[in-house]
Design a protein around this ligand. Sequence first.
Ligand SMILES: [Zn+2]
Length: 299
Amino acid sequence: MTKKAYIIAAVVMLSAFSGMMIANSSCNSSTAGSSEPVAIDSAAGEVASPAAAEEEATPSPDNAIPEGASILMKCYPDFVKGYKDGKLQMSDGSTIVYDDGRQKSFVQKLDDSDAEDMFAFKYDRSSWTPEYLQDAGRSRCEQLFKKMYGSSSQQVASKLVNVKWFDANGNYGGASVKFTPVNGAADHLKAVAAELSKMPQFKKYYKSEGTFYWRKVRGANRLSAHSYGMTIDIGGNYKTYWLWSNGGASETAKIRYENKMPHEIVEVFEKHGFIWGGRWYHYDTMHFEYRPEILMANP
Ligand SMILES: [Zn+2]
């Protein structure tokens, strides 16, 4: 091999290697690794065998559907129809990038979440004390949620239906709440209410503190889950929230956990596809949000 050919082969191998690294480290579609190994063969003067050519024709591993994307397809079948070339294929023909490939800090995973970041945190149902910075569900891909539930206050509001709920005395049917029927969320909340009504010993917790409210998260630039109409706050006088007990704490500070919500109530909500804000390190124990994908990803 001449010196020049050697250099070319070395460069080609290096670039093929870095292409493979990219393909392995993210779920982005990358074609960098697929054509260049051929160049290595020709640079080295070898003839590719028919078997090698067949291997070239098989799909590269980076086209495999990431687990999170397949969970989204199962949990939101009316909207997420497939996955192709690194993108969620939506029922209206649009696409949403699954993984933007960026390395993000903890706060960026919340403020600027792609679909993949929603699965970056643990929702641990084996313990009642959240681990440091495990906030599964606080990451929401806004593009996806706006596509499903509505991209403005008016759009979300126009879909809401009434769900029979509890009044201030805990009487079932004494009040109703507005909730989105999208993805079956209102039906799931109805099922929660029916089960809670059979647990009158906890009725002092049931009054709604609010469902739909189009707004940004306190002190942040992202939309609150309440904007999408698939979230309810309850808890009466027994609400705890990380910022109330740890005033002025930053998002990465070590904080003290505090909860007064009975676990039996939490388990009813989780059974019907809702996650509980009390399982977040940055706890919000009044908060229940319809997020079946987080439960499916954290069995
Ligand atoms: Zn809430």
